[in-house]
Write a protein that binds this ligand. Structure first.
Ligand code: MGD
Ligand code: MGD
Ligand code: MO
Length: 772
């Protein structure tokens, strides 16, 4: 059997590769990387340009490193994490020490003292998927680990949607497609917009970016797009969208106002509510004010969401009888009470009676990722099996700091009480908690409680700089893999483009050698090299193709061709279409088999912060006199999260090396701020610097700073003080509280801040200098 293909020092020809942000070809010649989008991509993602300077960037981790304090004092809680020095170590010695530490923790405390949640997107390949690798390693070597459930993307919706409609995959992925919108929709009513920056990304890869042309074609046919968002840029010009600049966090109030107009003017589809839904009466009592004395009128909604009551009336009336598609962006539920807009969006769609019709109804999160609005593949793509986790303890993923700071404390989640385990060792590969988590000052305190923190990284992220053991791993371009996603028909032979940087090794080989020391190598590798795993995983797809009598090339042929087009399923509308066509025969996977306008199950949990039907619950983190502006901390346009923030395309978007925030000119003038100034955003939790761009494309009273700038604490900062990030990471400002007792999701999208012109001497950005 063929083993690894040779590591090229230089590749003259362009070779295929894939990333979460697109399929491309690349060549590495004389120390320089050139990248070209796949020729079949109608709207390539400029994010591929972040690779061009990444391979040998000084911020790459070149050799295993151990934190000085951990070496000197051994494992244990340590306040120096985050501002300590590092000592280089050979692979043999570092793996010996790490194996000994893993054994110590397992023998003394058991695997329930190891957190292996390791949340993060890592890279696109099916085999070298870092999270799968670390889970498989911990399962085979230790017998399990404390895991995390759900995601930072959709923490609230993943839990609420199964109560009311079906699984998130059914409501987001196997539902209304772009093909249907082009042909059938009259109105797309989009809460949170459908920004192309977001829909250009899909975990596992995306070969054709069709969102721009689909919106253009739908608009040309006469489809009306309405974007409800604090930012005009959340809908592309091609959609010719109307922009309703809502106050952040108030969509549920607006939806209730629209519902009130529909209900009181008899414009709601009462037959649909009767035949397909349960719980209308309890909700109607709330909507009309019979339950609480407060009718949720358009005027009531206007006072909360900042849009005129007349616009709310007009919008509601314009929807009745039309093929309307309601979409709710992930962003809306990444906020306090994030369950409510997701549920209320479904109720609004039910009142309009279009659920299950082509191009109509409710498509949660459509336009926020390239996975949604696509057909599903008809053949499977294998993933690395993770083995069996013997530990039952888990956390909702965004409760990491709570768990580390409050072991033994109880927490609510989806109708049950659980207890936070006492974690001694955390193992991270493929994620960046100092990117994804909120209230970074609190997170840093939480990581200081550990005995040992292990991180595999390609670069010196803030997470690596808080770790005790930092192991340099290859980046995707330095190894072979299979690129594939269940919503994209192109399977990609991800060729190796360049040799590993410094002493970097594949996550797989690191875990294999650690397993050797723990006596579990065979269980981890099953006797396969990486190259043999790729053939093994590919076989599943090949066999499924052969079974259908389709072209089923062997691995070597696939590899030489560079790609393989997979068959896709019919555009059949998924469970919502099936339910509409046959409500008795194809019930929804809800307790009653129908759409839950009210949920007796959720009501039975007795949570004040998530009652039994959608409701307006005012945010606790709204602007105040001291912090009068809403901060929208959304996804960055020039990178995926924090990945390759040092890449050419990301760096080019910064202002003198700092992240850029957007403000309305009125808010700036009031504060003596001019376009291009360096400003300081602050609240009680922390502060950060950013360049400022003024724009009338943002609602006054709102400031926007994307996520993803690497956390870079000021050089002279005292770790006991609230963090001061000189680079522009908004998560020093965001709040670390769950969406509600139901889902405990991440609430990083919104917080309240004040902004002032920065007067002091501007500290240098050192985020991309390796530590000393
Ligand atoms: N305030 C605020 N915070 C947010 C959000 C928000 O809207 N507002 N959004 C949230 C959302 S939706 C998400 S999904 C999260 C994203 O959070 P993450 O997924 O944690 O962010 P990434 O930057 O993608 O982190 C991936 C890390 O893996 C590393 N990596 C890449 N390839 C490999 C590999 O092969 N092996 C290893 N070991 N490492 C590798 C990268 O260098 C990078 O550091 O952020 C969340 N945080
Ligand atoms: N370029 C790029 N694309 C990405 C990612 C990335 O990091 N970079 N991340 C990917 C991932 S993991 C995910 S989960 C998705 C996330 O998809 P989303 O979470 O939907 O993306 P965001 O950009 O955070 O938010 C979308 C828009 O919602 C608006 N918004 C914020 N709060 C409110 C509100 O209260 N009401 C209304 N009506 N609008 C509001 C903001 O203006 C924001 O631009 O994006 C994916 N796509
Ligand atoms: Mo996400």
């Amino acid at each position: 059997m063929k083993t690894e293909s040779p590591v090229p020092a230089s590749t003259a020809a362009m070779r295929p590769h894939s990333a979460h942000w697109g399929v491309f070809r690349a060549a590495w010649r004389d120390g320089s990387l050139s990248v070209q989008p796949h020729p079949g991509d109608p709207d390539p993602n400029p994010l591929i340009q972040n690779f061009t300077n990444a391979l040998d960037h000084p911020v790459r981790v070149t050799t295993p490193m151990v934190r000085r304090g951990w070496l000197e004092r051994g494992p244990g809680p340590d306040d120096r994490r985050g501002h300590d020095g590092y000592v280089p170590m050979s692979w043999d010695e570092v793996l010996d020490r790490l194996a000994a530490e893993l054994s110590r923790v397992r023998d003394l405390h058991g695997p329930q003292a190891v957190f292996g949640g390791s949340y993060g997107w890592s890279s696109a390949g099916r085999f070298h998927h870092a999270q799968s690798q670390v889970h498989r390693f911990l399962n085979t070597a230790l017998g399990g680990y404390v895991r995390s459930v759900n995601s930072y993307s959709a923490g609230a919706s993943a839990v609420i949607l199964p109560h009311i409609l079906g699984s998130m995959d059914d409501v987001a992925r196997r539902n209304v497609t772009w093909e249907q919108i082009v042909e059938h929709s009259d109105v797309v009513l989009s809460f949170g917009g459908m920004a192309l920056k977001n829909s250009r990304v899909a975990s596992g890869g995306i070969s054709r970016h069709i969102e721009r042309e689909s919106m253009a074609r739908a608009a040309a046919r006469g489809c009306r797009f309405v974007s409800i968002s604090p930012l005009r840029s959340d809908m592309p010009a091609e959609s010719r969208a109307e922009w309703l600049a809502i106050v952040p966090g108030t969509d549920t109030a607006l939806m209730l106002g629209l519902a009130h107009v529909l209900a009181t003017e008899g414009l709601h589809d009462q037959a649909f509510l009767r035949d397909y839904c349960d719980g209308w009466d309890a909700f109607e009592a709330y909507l009309l004010g019979r339950a609480d004395g407060v009718p949720k009128t358009a005027a009531w909604a206007a006072a909360r969401c900042g849009l005129p009551a007349s616009s709310i009336h007009a919008l509601a009336r314009s929807l009745a009888g039309k093929r309307v598609l309601v979409t709710v962006a992930h962003a809306l539920q990444r906020a306090e009470h994030g369950e409510q807009p997701v549920w209320m969006g479904a109720v609004l769609a039910a009142m309009l009676g279009q659920i299950g019709l082509p191009g109509g109804g409710y498509a949660y999160a459509l336009g926020t990722l390239a996975h949604y609005g696509k057909r599903m593949n008809a053949v499977p793509v294998a993933a690395l099996p993770q083995g069996t986790n013997g530990i039952r303890d888990f956390i909702p993923v965004a409760r990491i700091a709570d768990m580390l700071l409050h072991p033994g404390t109880a927490f609510d989640y989806n109708g049950k009480r659980h207890v936070y385990p006492h974690i001694r060792l955390a193992y991270w590969a493929g994620g960046n908690p100092f990117h994804h988590h909120q209230d970074l000052g609190r997170l840093a305190r939480a990581f200081r409680t550990l005995d040992t923190f292990v991180v595999h990284e390609i670069g010196w992220t803030a997470t690596a700089r808080h770790a005790d053991i930092v192991l340099p791993c290859t980046m995707t371009l330095e190894r072979e893999d299979i690129g594939a996603a269940p919503t994209d028909p192109l399977m990609v032979a991800m060729h190796r483009i360049a040799p590993p940087h410094g002493q970097a090794r594949d996550d797989y080989d690191i875990f294999a050698d650690l397993s050797e020391r723990l006596g579990t190598r065979q269980a981890y590798t099953e006797g396969r090299t990486s190259a043999q795993w790729l053939r093994h995983l590919y076989e599943r797809t090949r066999a499924a193709l052969a079974e259908r009598g389709l072209d089923a090339p062997d691995f070597d042929t696939f590899w030489a061709r560079g790609e393989l087009l997979l068959p896709q399923q019919a555009d059949d509308g998924g469970i919502l279409r099936a339910f509409r066509d046959d409500p008795a025969g194809k019930p929804l996977p809800t307790p009653s088999g129908r759409i839950q306008i009210s949920s007796p199950v959720v009501a039975g949990f007795g949570y004040a912060d998530c009652p039994g039907h959608p409701a307006w619950l005012p945010p606790r983190d709204a602007p105040t006199e001291d912090h009068p502006l809403y901060l929208v901390a959304n996804q960055p346009a020039t990178r995926l999260h924090s990945q390759l923030d040092f890449g050419a395309h990301s760096v080019a978007s910064k202002l003198a090396g700092r992240e850029v925030c957007t403000m309305h000119p009125n808010d700036a003038t009031e504060r003596g701020i001019a376009d291009g100034d360096i400003v300081e955003l602050y609240n009680a939790r922390g502060r950060c610097l950013a360049g400022v761009a003024l724009s009338d494309g943002i609602r006054p009273g709102v400031v926007q700073l994307p996520t993803g700038a690497w956390f870079d604490p000021a050089p002279d900062s005292d770790p006991a003080d609230p963090p001061f990030c000189v680079h522009g990471n908004p998560n020093v400002l965001t709040r670390d509280v769950g969406t509600s007792s139901l889902a405990q999701g991440c609430t990083g999208q919104l917080t309240a801040v004040q902004v002032r012109r920065y007067q002091g001497k501007v500290p240098p950005v050192r985020a991309f200098d390796p530590p000393v």
